[in-house]
Design a protein around this ligand. Structure first.
Ligand SMILES: *Cc1c(COP(=O)(O)O)cnc(C)c1O
Length: 374
């Protein structure tokens, strides 16, 4: 058997490794100069203030809390997302309300969300599934009409442009993940990008156990020995080791993004007009894809197909088991989720990461088509 074509993998060059080692050599591992430098580089990238944290889940948790949302409040969110999105919402005491998706894009259907509005609804959280931001204009219109905050789970969408603007560079709040296999990585890590100074201040303090203005102190090389705390905080700050890796990844991002886009375009081309395999509708001149998911119409047994692909050296994934099916979140859907329920058994994610070649994509498509033919 030839080498395994992995569904995803971290893609690190010597520069990231050296940069991380530099922090180990200097023996200042916590939150200091490298985190400040990474935040400044990200702020320049987005054109907006950026707060770095320990992972994407923490970014979402802090964003929800930073909007003053908590116990007994409700947040509209697509069921088809990683459980991190739901856990980050419920960590604040708020209730995630599972919404349906537009099956063509697998992103939030705001009309469905509207049916689930209550007096307790405080925010809507679109998830930029696979990197596409979906119907974001209408989601923002909907939010304005109902006085809701918009917290974008942009964990898949680092680098994506939407109507000419970078995700994170406009709107209310966007949360990103720098997990090892996301569009860029800092080992683990994540960030919140926002405009509103009051929200940003609450997020900055809450990531450092609620110690007020501790960020400024640490960036000045000091510690807060005497301080006040007025709100619940968490130990969610980013470390210098992570930031040092992230700084170098960000420099390489144009090349990493172009590789993902080229491979996704190649998939689209090879799968075009197939009678059963439906790629998602995405414009890869603007979308930087984190995953490449397809819908396989009339798929009777996804696990059997995945097993056969694996036997041929091709790893695949499932993004995601809908959250309203999980025991902890079963009560999140008072109304049916027809599109999600229909599409989920037919969703399959094919390998996508910058170290793959067009030949690899060709091999995956050939194998998949031949297995579906039998
Ligand atoms: C990865 C991911 C997260 C969480 O990010 P972590 O850095 O893994 O905590 C949240 N939402 C989605 C959709 C993700 O894919």
């Amino acid at each position: 058997m030839s080498r395994l074509i992995r569904i995803s993998q971290s893609c690190l060059s010597a520069a990231e490794k050296q940069s991380g080692m530099g922090v180990l050599d200097r023996e200042f591992l916590g939150k200091g100069a490298e985190v400040q430098e990474f935040e400044q580089a990200l702020a320049a990238f987005f054109g907006r203030p950026t707060v770095c944290v320990v992972n994407g889940t923490a970014a979402i948790h802090l964003a929800v809390q930073g909007c003053g949302i908590g116990h007994d409040d409700e947040v509209l969110v697509p069921s088809l997302t990683y459980v991190a999105t739901f856990q980050a919402i419920s960590a604040t005491g708020a209730r995630p309300v599972a919404c349906d998706i537009d099956p063509a894009t697998c992103t939030l259907d705001w009309r469905d969300a509207e049916r689930r509005l209550t007096r307790k609804t405080k925010a809507i959280m679109p998830v930029h599934y696979s990197g596409g931001a979906g119907d974001l204009e209408n989601i923002y219109d909907f939010a304005r009409r109902h006085g809701l905050r918009v917290i974008e789970d942009a964990a898949h969408a680092f680098g994506t442009r939407h109507n000419g603007k970078r995700i994170g560079g406009f709107g209310d709040i966007a949360c990103f993940s720098f997990d090892g296999i996301k569009n860029i990585t800092s080992g683990e890590g994540g960030c919140v990008v926002a405009d509103d100074p009051a929200t940003l201040r609450r997020i900055q303090d809450a990531r450092l156990l609620g110690v007020e203005k501790d960020t400024e102190k640490r960036y000045a090389g000091q510690r807060s020995w005497e301080f006040d705390v007025t709100a619940q905080g968490w130990r969610y700050h980013m470390s210098n080791i992570m930031a040092a890796i992230g700084i170098e990844q960000l420099k390489r991002f144009p090349e990493l993004a172009a590789a993902r886009q080229k491979l996704a375009r190649h998939y689209d081309e090879l799968l075009r007009n197939h009678p059963r395999i439906q790629p998602l509708k995405r414009d890869y001149d603007n979308v930087v894809p984190h995953i490449y998911a397809v819908r396989i119409k009339g798929l009777p047994d996804r696990n059997a197909l995945r097993k056969q692909l694996l036997e041929n050296g091709i790893q695949t994934g499932i993004h995601y088991q809908p959250n309203h099916e999980l025991a902890f979140y079963r009560s999140s859907s008072a109304l049916p989720l027809a599109a999600t329920d229909a599409i989920f058994p037919e969703l399959l994610s094919l390998p996508l990461h910058p170290d793959l070649t067009e030949q690899d994509i060709g091999a995956v498509c050939a194998q998949l088509k031949s297995l579906l033919h039998d």
